[in-house]
Ligand binder design. Structure first.
Ligand code: UDP
Length: 322
C-alpha cells in the first residue's frame, strides 16, 4: 500500500514507519519536526517537512494513497493542563484539517494514534473499550474529540478507520543498524528517566507516591513494547472496512508497578539506580491496565514482547547507542 505517516519522525511514528517499510509498503512521512527528529525517519521513506493542513493536502493531492497513519500530536499531559490551547489547536484543529484532506482526496483508510488517557480514572480494571471515556486532562480530551470526529467521517463519508488506544508504550525498535526509540526534549516517561540514572545523566529517580492502593504502594501501568504496538497498526490497516470506525485498546493486559520497573532497570543495567520517594503527581490514576481482548479477537493481535526485562533491555540498548 502507499501510505502517509504523519508524525513519522517521532517515537511511535518512526517505529511504525520502519515496520511498514519492512512489510513492503511505500511510505511518505509528514512531520513538522516540532518534537520529532529528521534522523529518526527510516531509510526508504520519503520525508516531507510540514504541517497537517496545506502540506498534508498537497501530499495527498498527489494521489494514489491507500491510507493514512496519523501519529502527529502533542502528547504532554502537564503541558495540556497549563496551555490547553496548544492541544485544541495542535491536536483537534490540525486533525480536522487532515481529515478534510483525506475526504477531499478520497483516501480509504485511517489508523489513528489514540490513548488510554481518553478513559480517565477507570471504574474497572482491566479497562475494556466500552468503559466510559471521561478524560481528566485536555490531552486526553483532545484525543477523544478526534475519535468522535473520525466516527462521524466514517459514517458520513465512508472512511474505514481504526483508533488504537495505547497504554504505556515503551522499549525500542532495535534491529541491526536501525535503532529507533524514545528521545523527547522534555522527558516525562518513567523508563527513559530511570535509564538516564543508569547512564549517568540523572542522579536518582523520583517515585511519585508510595501510598497508592496497590500491592507495593506505587502506581501500576500496562507497558507495551513499541514493536508489538507497530504490529497492531499493520493489522488495523488490513482490517479497515469502509464506513466503520473501530476502537481497540493496546496493552499487554499485565500491570507493573513503578518499583517493579525500577527493579527491572537495575537488573538490566547492573546499576544500583537510587530511587527517592516523592509526592504523588497530579492526575495520576493508581492503576491503568488494558483489556486488549477485542484487538486479539478482531485484529488477531497478540503482543509477543511482554516481559518487562525485554522491554527495558531494548530501551537500554537504544539509550546506550545515543
Ligand atoms: N513516574 C514516577 N517517576 C517519574 C516518572 C513517572 O514515579 O519520574 C510514575 C508515574 O507517576 C506513573 C508511572 O510512573 O505512575 C508511569 O508514568 P509515565 O509518565 O511513564 O506514563 P503515564 O502512565 O503517565 O502515561
Amino acid at each position: 500500500m502507499k501510505l502517509l505517516v504523519t508524525g513519522g519522525a517521532g517515537y511511535v511514528g518512526s517505529v511504525c514507519a520502519a515496520h511498514l517499510l519492512e512489510a513492503g509498503h511505500q511510505v511518505v512521512v509528514l512531520d513538522d519536526l516540532s518534537t520529532g527528529h529528521r534522523d529518526a525517519v527510516p531509510d526508504g521513506a520519503r520525508f516531507v517537512e510540514g504541517e497537517l493542513g496545506a502540506t498534508a493536502r498537497a501530499v495527498l493531492g498527489e494521489g494514489g494513497f491507500d491510507g493514512v497513519l496519523h501519529f502527529a500530536a502533542r502528547s504532554l499531559v502537564g503541558e495540556s493542563v497549563e496551555a490547553p490551547e496548544k492541544y485544541w489547536d495542535g491536536n483537534v484543529v490540525a486533525s480536522f484539517r487532515l481529515l478534510e484532506a483525506i475526504r477531499e482526496h478520497a483516501v480509504p483508510r485511517l489508523v489513528f494514534s489514540s490513548t488510554a488517557a481518553t478513559y480517565g480514572e477507570p471504574d474497572q480494571v482491566p479497562i475494556p473499550e466500552n468503559a466510559p471515556a471521561r478524560p481528566t486532562n485536555p490531552y486526553g480530551a483532545s484525543k477523544l474529540a478526534i475519535d468522535h470526529m473520525i466516527t462521524s467521517y466514517a459514517a458520513a463519508h465512508g472512511l474505514g478507520a481504526t483508533s488504537l488506544r495505547y497504554f504505556n508504550v515503551a522499549g525500542a525498535h532495535v534491529t541491526g543498524t536501525v535503532h529507533l526509540g524514545e528521545r523527547h526534549a522534555v522527558e516525562t516517561h518513567l523508563i527513559p528517566l530511570v535509564l538516564q540514572v543508569a547512564s549517568g545523566t540523572r542522579e536518582s529517580i523520583s517515585i511519585f507516591g508510595d501510598d497508592w492502593p496497590t500491592p507495593d504502594g506505587t502506581c501500576v501501568r500496562d507497558y507495551i513494547h513499541v514493536d508489538d504496538l507497530a504490529d497492531a497498526h499493520l493489522l488495523a490497516l488490513q482490517h479497515a472496512s469502509a464506513g466503520r470506525h473501530d476502537v481497540y485498546n493496546l496493552g499487554s493486559g499485565h500491570g507493573f508497578s513503578v518499583r517493579e520497573v525500577v527493579d527491572a532497570c537495575r537488573t538490566v543495567t547492573g546499576h544500583p539506580i537510587p530511587a527517592v520517594v516523592a509526592p504523588r503527581r497530579a492526575g495520576d490514576p493508581a492503576v491503568l491496565v488494558a483489556s486488549s481482548d477485542l484487538a486479539a479477537s478482531q485484529l488477531g493481535w497478540k503482543p509477543s514482547r511482554t516481559e518487562l526485562e525485554r522491554i527495558v533491555a531494548d530501551a537500554w540498548e537504544f539509550a546506550r547507542g545515543r
